[in-house]
Design a protein around this ligand. Structure first.
Ligand code: M6R
Length: 599
C-alpha cells in the first residue's frame, strides 16, 4: 500500500528518496513521485508504474536539494497516472504534500475549495490537503497544517513542505509515520524499512500528532500545538535481514527461514516444561475469547480457535476484522480480544481492536512488527520475532502466528492447572528440526508444480485443525499464481464443490494421521471416483492413500496440534513454484499490498 519517505539534512535528498521508495516497493504501488526543495523552489517528478520509471527519466538528474518528500501510490481514488500520483500541490505550487490514507469528507471539502476558487486537478482525495493548507497559510506552515487537520475526517500519514520554509511537517492519524533521527539529518517514513539503512533511532508518531522536523532538530506536538515528550526507540531489525541472500525471491527466502523464525517465536518461552509468556493483565477472569484478523492472519486465528478451545478450554470466536467492526458485536468486560497481524498496521484489524477496547474488553496482540500501531494500542502482546517479512504473500509470519497461539493456549491451560501431556512441549521444541525436514520436499514440489502450472482451478481440503491450512493453501495459490483456488472442510465438499470435480481439477488434501484419517480417505475416494487429481500432504502414505493419490507429499509426523505448522509449508512451496513457473512477480503480485492500511 502507499508509502512515504521524507529527508531533510546536509546532503542531496534525491538519492535518499529514491532509495527509500525502493525499500517501500514491497508494500505494493502503481505510481511514484518525489518533490525536492532547492533555493526556495519546488522541483518534482512523478511517474505511473515502477520507481525504475522515475530513475530512467533524464529530468531526475536535475532534481537535487536538501529537503524532499516522496511517495509510492496504490490507487484508491482515481486511476494510477501521473496526475493522480503524489506529491500534490496547491494552486500556486508553493506547497507539496504526500498522503497515505483516505479523507472521508473530501467531497464536501472539495466543493468548498472549488467555490473559493481552488483548482483541483487530480481525482484523488489527497490533493485537498495541499489546497486547505494553502487556504490557511499565513507565513506559518505548522499552523496551516494543524488548522487543516482539524477539518479532515479520515486517516492520514501526511508529509508537507513549503518553498518558503526549511522544514518538513509530518502528521499521523490511523496511518503510520515514523521519524528517523540521524546525525545532522532527519528522515520520516511510513515504514521502518525505509529508514534502516540510515538510522535505527526512531520516534513513532501516534494519532493526531504532528512533527515539525528540521535538519538537526524536531518537535512533536498535538493538534493544539502543545509539545509532547516522545521517546526515541531503537529498531532491532538489521539491513541484512532485508536482503534476498541469494534466493530468487523474498518469498522463497522467507519460506526457508522458517526453522529460524519459529525458533525465534518460541525462544525463551518454554522453560522447565513450563510456558513463560508475560501477559500484562490478569487472565483469570477471561470467559470468552474473540480473535480478529484479516487474510492469512485470519487463517492463523481459525487454528487458534481449535487450540484455545481444546487446550485452554476457553470458548473462542473468530471474526474477520472488517465484519467485526461494523456488526455491533456483543463484547463484555470479561472478554479477551486477540488481534493477530503481521504488520500491526492493518486498518480493519486496528478498527476492530478499538471497537473491543471501547467496550472495555482486554486486548492482546500477536504481532510481528515491533512498534507498529496495533502493538502499541493493545493492553499486552506476544511479539513473533519472525524478522521482516518482505514478500507480499505471508509465509513465515503465519507459522510464527500459529506457534504463538500454541504457546498462548498452553499457557492458559497451565494457568488453570489443567493436566498437560508433556509430549506436546517436546514436539514443540522439535518443530524447527521438523520444518527443516519438511523443506526437503522442495524438489518434489517443483515437479508437482510443473504438472499443474496450467490448471485453471484448485481445491484444497482439510479437516479439524488442518481445515484452516486448506484455506491458507488456497489463498497462497490465488495471491501469487492468479489461479482460482478454494479451501473447504473436506466433508463439506459433497455439499456443493463436488460438482466441480473432473479430470481437470487438482485437489490438495491435507491428510495427517489422526482421529479423522479414515474420513479423509473416504473424501479422497469421492474425488478419485470423479477423476479428480489428488495431491496428498500426509505423514502416513499408506496403501489406501497410494491407491487414490496422484502425488504424495510426505511430511514428518508431529503432535496434531502442531501439525498446521508443518502442513502449511508444502502448500507455500507449491504456490511459490507454480507462480514462479508462470513468471509472475512473486514478491509483488498484482493488485496486492503488503500492509493494507485503508478500509
Ligand atoms: O499484516 P496483517 O497480518 O494484518 O495482514 C493481513 C492480510 O492483509 C494479509 O495476511 C494478506 O492476506 C497477505 N497478503 C496474505 O499472504
Amino acid at each position: 500500500m502507499c508509502g512515504i519517505i521524507g529527508y531533510i539534512g546536509q546532503k542531496n535528498s534525491t538519492p535518499f528518496l529514491i532509495e527509500g521508495l525502493k525499500k517501500l516497493e514491497y508494500r505494493g504501488y502503481d505510481s511514484a513521485g518525489l518533490c525536492v526543495l532547492k533555493n526556495k523552489k519546488l522541483y518534482t517528478l512523478k511517474k505511473k508504474g515502477k520507481i525504475a520509471e522515475l530513475e530512467k527519466d533524464q529530468r531526475l538528474k536535475n532534481i537535487s536539494g536538501l529537503i524532499g518528500i516522496a511517495h509510492t501510490r496504490w490507487a484508491t481514488h482515481g486511476e494510477p497516472n501521473e496526475r493522480n500520483a503524489h506529491p500534490h500541490f496547491d494552486c500556486h505550487k508553493n506547497i507539496a504534500i504526500a498522503h497515505n490514507g483516505i479523507i472521508e469528507n473530501h467531497t464536501a471539502l472539495k466543493k468548498i475549495l472549488t467555490k473559493e476558487g481552488h483548482r483541483i486537478i487530480s481525482q484523488t482525495d489527497s490533493e485537498i490537503f495541499a489546497h486547505l493548507i494553502e487556504k490557511f497559510y499565513q507565513g506559518n506552515l505548522e499552523k496551516a497544517v494543524s488548522q487543516t487537520l482539524k477539518l479532515v475526517d479520515g486517516s492520514y500519514g501526511l508529509v508537507v513542505i513549503h518553498q518558503q520554509e526549511n522544514k518538513i511537517i509530518a502528521a499521523r492519524k490511523g496511518s503510520p509515520l515514523i521519524i528517523g533521527v540521524g546525525q545532522n539529518e532527519m528522515l520520516v517514513a511510513s515504514d521502518t524499512a525505509a529508514l534502516l539503512a540510515h538510522t535505527k533511532k526512531v520516534i513513532y508518531l501516534d494519532d493526531e500528532e504532528m512533527a515539525i522536523i528540521s535538519k538537526d532538530k524536531y518537535s512533536i506536538k498535538n493538534l493544539d500545538g502543545q509539545r509532547l515528550n516522545k521517546q526515541i526507540e531503537e529498531i532491532k531489525w538489521t539491513v541484512a535481514q532485508m536482503e534476498k541472500k541469494g534466493f530468487k525471491h523474498f518469498m522463497l527466502k522467507e519460506i526457508f527461514e522458517q526453522p529460524q523464525s519459529v525458533t525465534e517465536t518460541i525462544r525463551g518461552r518454554i522453560k522447565n516444561n513450563k510456558i513463560k509468556i508475560s501477559i500484562g493483565f490478569n487472565l483469570e477472569s477471561i470467559e470468552r475469547i474473540i480473535i480478529t484478523a484479516c487474510g492469512t492472519s485470519w487463517h492463523a486465528a481459525l487454528i487458534g480457535k481449535y487450540l484455545l478451545e481444546q487446550l485452554a478450554q476457553i470458548p473462542t470466536e473468530v471474526d474477520y476484522a472488517s465484519e467485526f467492526r461494523y456488526r455491533q458485536p456483543l463484547i463484555r468486560k470479561n472478554n479477551l480480544m486477540i488481534a493477530i497481524s503481521q504488520s500491526g498496521e492493518t486498518a480493519d484489524t486496528l478498527a476492530a481492536l478499538r471497537e473491543a477496547k471501547k467496550n472495555q474488553a482486554k486486548t492482546l496482540g500477536i504481532i510481528n512488527v515491533v512498534g507498529s500501531t496495533i502493538s502499541r494500542e493493545v493492553d499486552s502482546g506476544i511479539y513473533l520475532y519472525a524478522g521482516p517479512e518482505i514478500g507480499v504473500a505471508s509465509t513465515k509470519a503465519f507459522t510464527s502466528q500459529v506457534s504463538a497461539l500454541i504457546l498462548l493456549s498452553l499457557y492458559l491451560r497451565q494457568k488453570q492447572n489443567l493436566p498437560l501431556d508433556k509430549k506436546i512441549l517436546v514436539d514443540l521444541k522439535k518443530i524447527p528440526e521438523k520444518i527443516k525436514e519438511v523443506l526437503q520436499v522442495d524438489r518434489q514440489i517443483k515437479k508437482i508444480a510443473f504438472a499443474f502450472k496450467d490448471a485453471r482451478n484448485f481445491l484444497y481440503l482439510g479437516r479439524g485443525i488442518n481445515f484452516p491450512v486448506a484455506l491458507e493453501g488456497a489463498l497462497k495459490l490465488k495471491e501469487i499464481s492468479y489461479i482460482h483456488a478454494e479451501g473447504y472442510p473436506a466433508a463439506e465438499m459433497k455439499h456443493g464443490p463436488i460438482a466441480l470435480i473432473d479430470s481437470q481439477m487438482p485437489v490438495v488434501f491435507i491428510a495427517p494421521k489422526n482421529a479423522l484419517s479414515s474420513k479423509i480417505i473416504s473424501n479422497m475416494q469421492e474425488v478419485k471416483a470423479r477423476a479428480g487429481k489428488i495431491i496428498a500432504v500426509t505423514d502416513y502414505p499408506d496403501k489406501e492413500i497410494k491407491k487414490v493419490a496422484e502425488y504424495i507429499i510426505k511430511v514428518p509426523s508431529i503432535n496434531n496440534y502442531l501439525s498446521p505448522i508443518i502442513n502449511s509449508i508444502p502448500l507455500q512451496l507449491l504456490a511459490y513454484h507454480i507462480a514462479d513457473l508462470k513468471n509472475i512477480n512473486v514478491d509483488k503480485p498484482r493488485n496486492l499490498a503488503k500492509s493494507v492500511t485503508v478500509e
